[in-house]
Design a protein. Structure first.
Length: 222
């Protein structure tokens, strides 16, 4: 009889322990979920404050594309966001779309063009093609062959703080081929043309040529 009673007590204690353990695990799970939600909420608030700080301090700026020189990447009247912070950390790279003042003059509008030649490089345009240090430049964007090489008919050597830029609308663009724009000095660069608005898209990813893999996959889908 005592044995049965003791057995029942042990089973009762065992069930009680399991219940307590289950209750503890539930409470711990709720606590962790609550802590996770608080963490996400704090991160969201922090991100919002950081973005507001960046905007307020002039690191981002909205502007409008005033001409057709960057079509079809950036049609005239497109609204874009300039990232003014980017080039305080990194140097402009080839294929970046940059925003700059012409010859240091602060007009009521910005120039927007694509970086082709980098400091220290030699640039030349011959028979519609661009050559960098005597090597033909393989571009990853959809552009027409160049009809007028302008000043780049002769080789141009860029200084340590100079960039050669072109509009994507190669035959309807005033850019580094012409004296009206000329070579862009680093000090005249306002920032990187970062986002196209409505809808929001990253500018450096616009108007890219399809890779061979993408073309192959598209054919397979058809």
């Amino acid at each position: 009889m005592d044995y049965k009673i003791n057995n029942k007590k042990r089973r009762y204690k065992s069930r009680t322990k399991r219940k307590l353990l289950l209750d503890y695990e539930i409470r711990e799970s709720k606590r962790k979920n609550f802590a996770r939600e608080i963490g996400i909420w704090i991160a969201s608030i922090t991100g919002t404050i950081l973005l507001a700080y960046i905007v307020v301090n002039g690191s981002l700026e909205k502007t409008t594309v005033k001409d057709i020189s960057m079509e079809s990447t950036l049609p005239k009247n497109s609204k874009i966001i300039i990232n003014k912070l980017s080039y305080k950390i990194f140097d402009p790279d080839r294929n970046d779309v940059i925003v700059f003042h012409t010859n240091g003059k602060e007009h009521n509008y910005y120039n927007i063009k694509r970086v082709i030649g980098l400091p220290g490089e030699k640039v030349k345009i011959n028979e519609g093609k661009i050559y960098i240090n005597d090597n033909e430049l393989e571009e990853n964007i959809n552009v027409d062959s160049i009809d007028n090489p302008g000043l780049a008919i002769d080789e141009i050597t860029l200084e340590k703080d100079e960039f050669f830029v072109l509009g994507d609308n190669r035959n309807n663009s005033e850019d580094s081929r012409f004296a009206t724009v000329g070579i862009v000095n680093e000090d005249n660069i306002v920032g990187k043309a970062w986002l196209l608005l409505d809808p929001i898209r990253v500018i450096n990813r616009l108007n890219e040529k399809e890779s061979e893999q993408d073309t192959k996959e598209a054919k397979e889908v058809k």
